[in-house]
Design a protein around this ligand. Sequence first.
Ligand SMILES: Nc1ncnc2c1ncn2[C@@H]1O[C@H](COP(=O)(O)OP(=O)(O)OP(=O)(O)O)[C@@H](O)[C@H]1O
Length: 336
Amino acid sequence: MSIEITGIDKRFGDFVALDDVSLSIPSGQLTALLGPSGGGKSTLMRIIAGLEVADAGTVVIEGTEATHLPPQKRNVGFVFQHYAAFKHMTVAKNVAFGLEIRKRPRAEVKAKVEELLDLVHLRQFAHRLPSQLSGGQRQRMALARALAVEPSVLLLDEPFGALDAKVRKELRDWLRRLHDEVHVTTVFVTHDQEEALEVADEIVVINEGRIEQVGAPDVLYDEPANEFVMSFLGEVTTLDGHLIRPHDIDVFDHDAVLDAVPGVVSRLVRVGFEVRLAVTTESREEVSVVLTRAEARSAGLREGATVWLAPHRGAQTVPVGDRAEGPVGAPVAQLQ
Ligand SMILES: Nc1ncnc2c1ncn2[C@@H]1O[C@H](COP(=O)(O)OP(=O)(O)OP(=O)(O)O)[C@@H](O)[C@H]1O
């Protein structure tokens, strides 16, 4: 394991930011810390980086006890949302900085900077100033700079958070490819579930200072440990007191299966290739259902029709009110 975190507690005054957090982050993987705003993701990253001191617990990085080491002795590279570049230095100089302060030979620095600028596709911008780059290009420069000193761990705290949706998406694909080339152990903070599902090998879901679940994206999506994880990763609705994904509900025009729930189609909207239904049941529950156009057509669905709903065979459901643990005495985090 590359990073071993054991029993980390962190309070800010009375506020519990992290409550007995233990986590093993494997070498060479891209791990996402995912959760709502205020859940403790950045605090955990800052503790790994050595920018924040935990009240209790230990951090071991690549086998070295790092709990009390200053940031510069931990061999970690980091990139934050708003990256502070040296404004008066060119892109190449910014990338070279970490190597120059380590007094590496000039030829080695030059070769390394060229290699990194190729890697982040910024070679043609080597002589520009950071202010002459786009936001996405600046974050790529920040990554090149963090990688220059060959860290054993790369920590990225919402590195694309300040960019628009299209650039974010491009950079996330690019980060995945970059990671496949470089294989440096990377921890990536995000509150965007789609970003985590697309990019990460493994996702750590953090909420209210605790870890809710750790697993590969598919595992978290298909086998969520509790209500929180299920509703944070993907769309959910309630059917007969259970959380279920809207596309995991079968719709019948008659009482076709045991325990099917009758209801009336109160809304029917076509969105691209999908048909989205709201079905109001006898107990006044409004259930969301997503079907393909073909399914909706074959069931002859229209607003006002009476239908019967049942979970699709093998669908994942979680009883409402199923939480692994109660709150930690901290204010409830706001879902974004
Ligand atoms: N220096 C500090 N002093 C007091 N409270 C703090 C401090 N740093 C963080 N907190 C609080 O600790 C909690 C966790 O913050 P943290 O930044 O780790 O959350 P996060 O999950 O990274 O959220 P976001 O996605 O919004 O960055 C928040 O409620 C925050 O207000």
